[in-house]
Structures are given as structure tokens and as C-alpha cells.
Design a protein around this ligand. Structure first.
Ligand SMILES: [Zn+2]
Length: 285
């Protein structure tokens, strides 16, 4: 068997909403659809990111097993707990697997699993999260062996959080992007600034420069037509630019939401947009 990859995706999950008017206007608040990607051959594998709830971690581990793969490494792309709270369940199924991440991202990962943050995450997913979260260990260098091949980790700086990275597998013309690229899903811009949005644009340029045909986004709309790299990069650039312009022209969160929903009526997880709008423009109506 030559090197292959496959994606394990989960749909949007209900969460308690805290943005005024969202439920009346749209419905149940949700966490975005998310993915985990397995790259493997007969000699071993690499699992990239591992979801958030205990149940997702268990289902992911069972799915990896069903592929006949014993992953040697689990790589976490960036310090957001929704990409690595499933790690204990994965490691329980694959005790030999080594969880790794960019060394500079690890302090923020440890912060994500501190008692204070776990309480915040537990508020979104009551009773569904591990009680024994683990942070990955620092990856030495930027190369991860994947069976008989190798993947390269590319640090891309701040995207929707600091110390983000993507995984490039040249032989598959594949990038597993974490949160650097979203696939037809509202992009997480809560707490963003002109600088962080400019940094995210540069990260998209860095991903584009890899020239991969396929990007597996950490947040992928189950209805997305494909994983085409060029389409997703173009759509993400346009989304950030449109958000920047809509933010400039809006004096209330409702205005910003209206402008963006007018331009992007079909993206997954509109709650993400509402959260950003109310964060950046206060609660003015
Ligand atoms: Zn994420």
C-alpha cells in the first residue's frame, strides 16, 4: 500500500448560546464542524488533530483502528483545545503514538488545559470532556516520519490563534491546515485585530506557496463540494477581506452580521460570525 490519507469529520455540535438574538434569528448555537486527518501506509501513520469530546476521541480512535493503522505520531496543529482534548482517548487506544506539536505552541496548549480554561470549555460541552487532558510534547525539528515517507510541519504564525501550523505532505500534494484554512465555514474572528487578520492573510500566502492540490481544513462544512486548495485559499482570502471592509462600515454587530450573512448565506456555523460581531462591536444594536 502506498501513502494515503483519509478524513474523519464531525458535524456541528449544539452549545449553549450567549449572543443576544442568535437563537431567534438563526436557531441553536453550534460549535463548527471539525476534522481529523490520518496519513498512513503499511509502515505507520500520522494523525493530525483529534477533536474535542471524549466520545469523538473514542470514535476517532476506533476509526483509525478500522483503517488497520497504528499511528506513530499524533500532531496538533495549533493551541485550540477543540483540536486536542480528544487526545487522551486516542492515546488510550494507541499507547505507542507520540503526541507532538510545535515547541512554541506548547505553553498556549498547556494554558488551554489549565483548570480555568477547562471550566470554560466544559461550559460549552458539559459532561462531555476528558477529566485528564494532555498537552503534546515538543516536536524536534519540523519533519515527522509517516510510514516510509515524511510530512513537514510549516509554522504559519497567527491565524485564528497564535503559533499555528500546517502539515505538508508533498508526495500526496496535501496540506492539513488546522485553522489556517477553513472550508466553507465561518472563520473564527472573535478577538481579531487588523494585525491578526493581516497575519492570517500572510499565513494563507504561505500555504499557497506550498503549491498543494488538496487542503484538509480543520473546520470543513460537510456540504463543501471538495477539498480543492485553490478554491479554499481564494474563499478564505475573500472572507477576511470582506470581513475587514464590513467591520469598517458597520457601527453595530447587527450591521456587521447582516453584511456578512448577505455575502455568505450558506457557510457552516453562522454562530461564529455572531460571536465575532458582538465581540468586536460591543452590544450596540
Ligand atoms: Zn479550530
Amino acid at each position: 500500500m502506498s501513502l494515503a490519507f483519509e478524513v474523519f469529520g464531525v458535524g456541528p455540535k449544539p452549545i449553549p448560546g450567549s449572543v443576544p438574538g442568535f437563537e431567534e434569528a438563526v436557531g441553536q448555537a453550534t460549535w463548527p464542524p471539525s476534522t481529523s486527518t490520518l496519513i498512513w501506509d503499511e509502515d505507520g501513520g500520522l494523525l493530525v488533530d483529534c477533536l474535542i469530546t471524549e466520545q469523538e476521541g473514542r470514535e476517532l480512535a476506533a476509526w483509525v483502528k478500522s483503517r488497520g493503522c497504528e499511528p506513530g505520531f499524533v500532531y496538533i496543529t495549533h493551541p485550540h483545545a477543540d483540536h486536542f482534548l480528544g487526545l487522551p482517548e486516542v492515546l488510550a487506544a494507541f499507547p505507542e503514538a507520540r503526541p507532538v506539536a510545535l515547541a512554541e505552541s506548547i505553553p498556549a496548549m498547556e494554558e488551554q488545559i489549565s483548570p480555568g480554561y477547562m471550566q470554560v470549555w466544559g461550559g460549552f460541552f458539559p459532561g462531555q470532556l476528558t477529566g485528564r487532558p494532555v498537552a503534546p510534547a515538543p516536536l524536534a525539528g519540523t519533519t515527522i516520519p509517516v510510514g516510509g515517507s515524511a510530512a513537514t510541519v510549516i509554522p504559519v504564525g497567527t491565524t485564528d490563534t497564535g503559533h499555528s501550523s500546517v502539515v505538508h505532505v508533498p508526495v500526496l500534494s496535501l496540506v492539513v491546515s488546522g485553522d489556517a484554512v477553513y472550508n466553507q465555514t465561518h472563520m473564527w474572528l472573535q478577538g481579531s485585530t487588523p494585525d491578526s487578520r493581516a497575519s492570517w492573510m500572510r499565513a494563507l500566502d504561505a500555504v499557497a506557496a506550498l503549491g498543494a492540490r488538496t487542503i484538509i481544513a480543520g473546520h470543513r462544512n460537510p456540504q463543501a463540494p471538495d477539498d480543492d486548495a485553490r478554491r479554499q485559499l481564494g474563499e478564505c482570502r475573500r472572507y477576511i477581506a470582506d470581513f475587514e471592509e464590513a467591520l469598517e462600515r458597520s457601527s453595530s454587530p447587527a450591521e456587521l452580521v447582516d453584511r456578512m450573512m448577505g455575502a455568505y448565506p450558506d457557510l457552516a456555523n453562522p454562530y461564529t460570525l455572531w460571536v465575532a460581531a458582538y465581540d468586536l462591536l460591543g452590544t450596540r444594536t
